[in-house]
Ligand binder design. Structure first.
Ligand code: ADP
Ligand code: ASP
Ligand code: MG
Length: 469
């Protein structure tokens, strides 16, 4: 028997009309005899609303969170009224919504008293978005006679306590899935699971990073040995670039796990960067499809990529980053400088997105998100106090307002001249390239340009990924 996990993103569950589509898709697959697991995001915009409200609550701005509570009640009640006929089921679901919104108000009230938003409470508040949407969707699915049942992923996904970006403990997660989810499927249920959230072994609710429902779905598909994972979203598939930056973007029919991993890591919002690993390990085909255009085949992601007329298949960008450069003629041949720099960076909780070193060894540079860039600069200055005093290191510089651009395509391996074409294109647009790095996989080239040139650079580079029509 086929077993499939389907994940529906925020826009796909953003209104009663959208959820009707979702129900249709789930119902059709379930009726055809497959075992189906649904993973759902919060309704579009809800996670942002919850973040803003939590911050406002910690600052004592009661009006903001009360307005959010009103909006949460209204949006979820509207869906119930539109999709569930009046009766006991609707009443139960409505009461659950009311209880969750009351929990939100209590948490905000407590935040106003302590005047501090801890990561732990922040996660508890963020998790409410998925807890609300999953209850409403599971109830709506029962209408057409599907034995749907809501599950909180806190009973399924075990993580460490790195709130807001928790790391999954795979073995414990597998045990929970085996204990809870497999029997549910055997009973003929259609589980509707909260994306985005997990729980520490001690019982604290955690979240997997913004956009993390894709990762939840991949974990579930892998742990349950699904035959397929479908990420249903609001575009037809993985595209040659972000369609909001260049409307000429086209859907790619097939890409490899490796290519999509690079795309997601370097900013393609369509998939959370961690999504690929669990499904790649079990060789589970992953499809990205459009909830609002369900006859379109979407993009297939598997171990092989389809041949492409252009070597560069797609272009992505990561804005809001800072470039740190450590330089000094005395660094040459001194072992361990880079290692110490990276450890100092990790100690302030910053993630390195790209590294590049000049062959002279007189400088190396790396890129972090700009919200941590100043902290990293201070950490590096502290780490290298002695070297700076002795003039072995002359500068620890931070260049702000830059963006990483990445060109992806497995055909780059063994095709000479691709880097040349990329940089000639930038030169032709008079765009200055500040730093360059090529992934070890040789299926991507990344480089840094000024943020002012962001869109112009993406559009120019995207030319190289567009096949002639
Ligand atoms: P969901 O809520 O379904 O998870 P997201 O908003 O997280 O959806 O991701 C889908 C969006 O990602 C699309 O609407 C599109 O604007 C954006 N996007 C950015 N880069 C790409 C790309 N290369 N291919 C497809 N979509 C992309
Ligand atoms: N609701 C969460 C977010 O907006 C998770 C997700 O949608 O994947 O980030
Ligand atoms: Mg998403």
């Amino acid at each position: 028997m086929q077993r499939i996990t389907m994940k529906f993103g925020g826009t796909s569950v953003g209104s009663a009309d959208a959820i009707r589509q979702v129900i249709d898709i789930l119902y059709t697959r379930f009726e055809s005899g497959s075992q189906v697991i649904a993973v759902v995001s919060a309704m579009a915009g809800v996670t942002d609303l919850l973040t803003t409200a939590a911050q406002a609550a910690a600052e004592g701005r009661r009006g903001v969170w009360q307005e959010t509570a009103r909006e949460l009640r209204q949006r979820h009640a509207e869906v119930l009224q539109a999709l569930v006929t009046e009766g006991a089921q609707r009443e139960i679901a409505q009461r659950e919504v009311d209880t969750l919104v009351a929990e939100f108000e209590d948490l905000c009230g407590a935040l106003a008293v302590v005047a501090e938003l801890t990561p732990r409470v922040h996660d508890l508040i963020l998790a409410l978005g998925e807890r609300l949407s999953s209850r409403v969707i599971a109830t709506a699915l029962c209408g057409p006679g599907v034995p749907a049942r809501q599950y909180d992923a806190t009973h399924l996904i075990v993580t460490d306590d790195q709130h807001q970006n928790a790391n999954v403990e795979f073995n414990r997660t597998q045990v929970c899935m085996d204990r809870v989810l497999l029997p549910a499927l055997e009973r003929g249920e259609l589980p509707v699971i909260t994306g985005f959230i997990g729980r520490t072994p001690e019982g604290a609710t955690t979240t997997l990073g913004r956009g993390g429902s894709d990762y939840s779905a991949a974990l579930i598909a892998a742990a349950c040995h699904c035959n397929e994972l479908i990420i249903w979203t609001d575009v037809d598939g993985v595209m040659t670039t972000d369609p909001r930056i260049d409307p000429r973007a086209r859907v790619l029919s097939q890409v490899s796990y490796q290519e999509v991993g690079e795309l997601a890591f370097y900013g393609a919002k369509v998939l959370h960067p961690r999504t690929v690993q669990p499904v790649q390990e079990r060789n589970i085909p992953l499809r990205v499809r459009n909830t609002f255009n369900p006859t379109h085949e979407g993009t297939l992601i598997a171990s092989q990529s389809a041949p492409s007329a252009t070597v560069i298949k797609a272009v992505t960008s990561v804005p809001h980053v800072g470039l740190l450069t450590v330089s000094g003629s005395g660094m040459m041949g001194v072992p361990g400088i880079a290692g110490r720099a990276f450890l100092a960076t990790a100690r302030v909780g910053a993630n390195i997105l790209m590294i590049s070193q000049a062959s002279s060894e007189q400088s190396f540079c790396f890129v972090v998100l700009d919200d941590r860039a100043h902290a990293v600069q201070h950490a590096l200055q502290g780490e290298f106090t002695d070297e700076i005093d002795h003039r072995l290191i002359e500068h620890v510089e931070l260049l702000e307002d830059v963006v990483i651009l990445t060109a992806v395509g497995s055909g780059m391996r063994g095709t000479p001249g691709i880097a040349g074409r990329v940089f000639t294109t930038m030169g032709a647009q008079a765009i200055n390239v500040v730093a360059i790095a090529q992934g070890a996989s040789e299926c991507s080239i990344s480089f840094v340009v000024d943020e002012a040139n962001h869109e112009k650079a993406v559009i120019a580079l995207h030319e190289l990924a567009l096949e002639p029509v």
